[in-house]
Design a protein around this ligand. Structure first.
Ligand SMILES: Nc1ncnc2c1ncn2[C@@H]1O[C@H](COP(=O)(O)OP(=O)(O)O)[C@@H](O)[C@H]1O
Ligand SMILES: [Mg+2]
Length: 234
């Protein structure tokens, strides 16, 4: 009987409870914010500009320290920023994907295999020797994701990774990340304000006034988010 109940309850890979944060200079950004993303699912985070989405993601990645509350992440974290030019640091694709592995004390062959496996996962194996400057914006974001996969991240945090992409590469990228989540048992939390991306997620959160005010079904969230944008503009 107990086992049946456990099966029904989804295990969270990301758990945030009563998180509070305030920048030294300003007002409170997060006020007792709570959310859970089940393991193996792809969830999105919506909210108006300045609602604290990037701050929340940085707290999840341990890049900031909360004033109070708990963050629990099951497994290692990969982070993809809005602007890939702030993330890709090496001159070529292969060297960049290998860069994050330096800390792991792997042999040359192990690094090469990890890089190739990660590039294959984002369908860019043929670009291994390509200079970073010769990539499109969508390709750069996929290289940033390959870097996280090479490091065997289990939880992927993406902060508006499609903000600078054209509509075609935007939807390609979101479909690719959904595929990675579903085939590799990863968990992802993806910040966006482009509502057409919600068609690809398992669920979404709406952040407002420093806390999650709505969550769950993507269709319902689409409507709530549109209303929220309208209110913030009027
Ligand atoms: N480094 C910082 N120092 C001080 N305030 C910041 C900093 N980064 C963001 N903020 C403020 O925190 C609030 C939330 O910002 P942010 O998390 O970037 O929102 P979002 O990603 O939802 O647009 C905003 O009021 C913003 O001005
Ligand atoms: Mg932001």
């Amino acid at each position: 009987m107990i086992c049946e109940n456990l099966d029904l309850k989804k295990v969270p890979a990301i758990r945030v409870a009563d998180l509070c944060f305030q920048w030294p200079s300003g007002a409170e950004v997060l006020r007792s914010c709570s959310l859970e993303v089940p393991k193996g699912e792809f969830w999105m985070l919506l909210g108006t500009n300045g609602s604290g989405k990037s701050t929340l993601l940085r707290l999840l990645a341990n890049l900031l320290t909360p004033a109070s509350g708990d963050v629990e992440i099951a497994g290692s974290v990969g982070f993809v920023f809005q602007n890939p030019d702030h993330q890709l640091v090496m001159p070529t694709v292969g060297a960049d994907v290998a860069f994050g592995l330096v800390r792991e004390r792997l042999s040359f062959v192990q690094i090469r295999d990890r890089v190739r496996e990660a590039l294959a996962a984002v369908n860019l194996l043929e670009l291994e020797r390509r200079p970073i400057y010769a990539l499109s914006g969508g390709q750069k974001q996929r290289i940033a994701i390959a870097g996280a996969i090479a490091g065997h991240c289990e939880v992927l945090l993406c902060d508006e990774p499609t903000a600078l992409l054209d509509p075609d590469s935007q939807l390609d990228l979101v479909a690719q990340v959904r595929h990675l989540v579903k085939t590799r048992g990863m968990t992802a939390l993806w910040v966006t304000h482009r509502l057409d991306e919600l068609d690809y997620c398992d669920g979404a959160f709406l952040l407002e006034g420093g806390k999650v005010v709505a969550q769950g079904d993507p269709e319902t969230l689409k409507k709530r988010s549109t209303d929220c944008e309208k209110n913030s503009q009027s």
